[in-house]
Design a protein around this ligand. Structure first.
Ligand SMILES: Cc1cc2nc3c(=O)[nH]c(=O)nc-3n(C[C@H](O)[C@H](O)[C@H](O)COP(=O)(O)OP(=O)(O)OC[C@H]3O[C@@H](n4cnc5c(N)ncnc54)[C@H](O)[C@@H]3O)c2cc1C
Length: 400
């Protein structure tokens, strides 16, 4: 196993960096730096630029318009995107739904949906969780009853990330009540403009809009929108969640947050000196940096290894990565001290707080930091709660 980047990988990194420097619009990078909640128009603009270059869907096979990169190249690409503060892209369509469609979907579904995902025109949501069915997902109750050449869908989905931007939702529904819970689940593709759908925002503690809830009242869905076989939805969901957890390590995001933290600590002062020179702060920062390097190595090892050990590595890097994201955000919040709270409650502060005249002097480096620390509570919950991942590791690796 090789633990350093090869000559080709370094050349690839230089190529990506040069492209981003030349093509990333300054206003997008500014909003990225201040950690705005992603705007659909920003994501679509950047996706169109990347699609033109053939780089909008790094994970896809060449046959469907992907660039044919190795796992390490994909990691480098993401690392460069994050360190340049490019918009955080919609992951649900390109990284979660599309692989299910090109692996299990019909030819018609591929032709209908993949092009819009590739060019950033169609946005997707992931409709798995329901009130009372999160960790225990197989207990989900949203029903789809067959009526001629349609399904009639009734129920509720919640915590739907970026649902306020989405055109389509990849839904798990119950099509059979009289069998083992997992065997009665199917996957449907539902147009979110269909009659009978109500969407509501869920405002989170950071005052931001990321998650939503959806209500389905007798929503009619063509049977052609069934993915694969009826009753096989649980298999497709496990496939999708495996991809989600591997990506949940989010090492490039953490590396970017560490760079931002270092910038803050250069500006903030303690005992008349930059915080970055304070021994206690430096020790905390070093611990985080070492743990991030170790996680990066684990992720690169998983990406270059032929051995795909089911969910164990995905669960392991998800647990470590999500905790690290919280630690970096907490230390950045601590670095700002009281000022963090005063300036940062609203992430999209530029138009929500400055206009109110509530915060006349906001240092650029403080915007969004406290909000970020609060929202990061969610990293150990989404993509499958960490307690559940630990149980999976205990079972599959430790054989407990
Ligand atoms: C920001 C955010 C974005 C999300 N985006 C989406 C999305 O786009 N689509 C979607 O479908 N879902 C989404 N989710 C939902 C997410 O998948 C669930 O929140 C998660 O699976 C946990 O389920 P729950 O909230 O019902 O909590 P519960 O399952 O009720 O868990 C509550 C607590 O109990 C613990 N617990 C539960 N069961 C066990 C057990 N057997 N052993 C030990 N501990 C246990 C959990 O670890 C957790 O700490 C999102 C959640 C968040 C916070």
């Amino acid at each position: 196993m090789q633990l350093s980047y090869s000559e080709e990988d370094r050349a690839f990194r230089a190529e990506v960096r040069a492209f981003v420097e030349a093509n990333l619009p300054a206003d997008l990078a500014r909003r990225g730096r201040q950690d705005y909640h992603p705007r659909r128009e920003d994501q679509a603009r950047w996706a169109a630029i990347l699609a033109e270059k053939g780089w909008s869907v790094p994970h896809w096979p060449v046959a469907y318009g992907g660039p044919g990169w190795t796992g390490v190249q994909r990691f480098i690409f993401e690392d460069e995107m994050r360190s340049a503060y490019a918009p955080t892209m919609d992951r649900i369509g390109p990284e979660l739904v599309a692989p299910v469609l090109y692996t299990f979907g019909s030819e018609e579904q591929r032709q209908t949906w993949l092009p819009g995902i590739r060019t950033g025109q169609t946005f997707w949501a992931q409709g798995f969780s329901e009130p009372g069915s999160g960790s225990d997902l197989s207990s989900l109750r949203t029903r789809a009853v067959r009526d001629g050449d349609q399904y009639v869908v009734t129920g509720q989905k919640t915590w739907t990330t970026e649902g306020h931007h989405a055109d389509m939702i990849f839904m798990l529904v119950r099509t059979d009540m009289d069998c083992k819970p997992q065997a009665g689940i199917s996957a449907l593709l539902i147009d979110l403009d269909s009659p009978g759908i109500t969407r509501r925002p869920i405002w989170t503690i950071d005052e931001g809009l990321t998650v939503n809830e959806f209500f389905f009242d007798d929503v009619r869905v063509p049977i052609d929108n069934l993915v694969g076989q009826e009753g096989a939805g649980w298999t497709y969901a496990k496939f999708l969640l495996g991809n989600e957890r591997t990506a949940s390590a989010e090492v490039p995001h953490t590396r970017r947050d560490i760079a931002q933290l270092r910038d803050i600590a250069r500006i903030e002062r303690k005992n008349g000196k930059p915080l970055l020179e304070d021994a206690v702060f430096r020790a905390k920062l070093a611990r985080i940096e070492i743990d991030t390097m170790a996680l990066e190595t684990a992720v690169l090892r998983a990406l270059t290894s032929d051995a795909h050990d089911g969910g164990a590595i995905a669960s392991l890097v998800k647990v470590r990565g999500s905790e690290l994201r919280q630690r970096v955000a907490d230390l950045a919040d601590e670095a700002l001290g009281d000022r963090g709270l005063a300036v940062c409650l609203a992430p999209d502060a530029e138009h929500r707080m400055f206009d109110d005249g509530l915060v006349p002097q906001v240092p650029d480096h403080g915007i969004g930091i406290a909000a970020k620390a609060m929202f990061r509570r969610a990293t150990t919950i989404y993509g499958g709660a960490n307690e559940i991942q630990r149980t999976l590791i205990a079972k599959t690796v430790l054989e407990l």
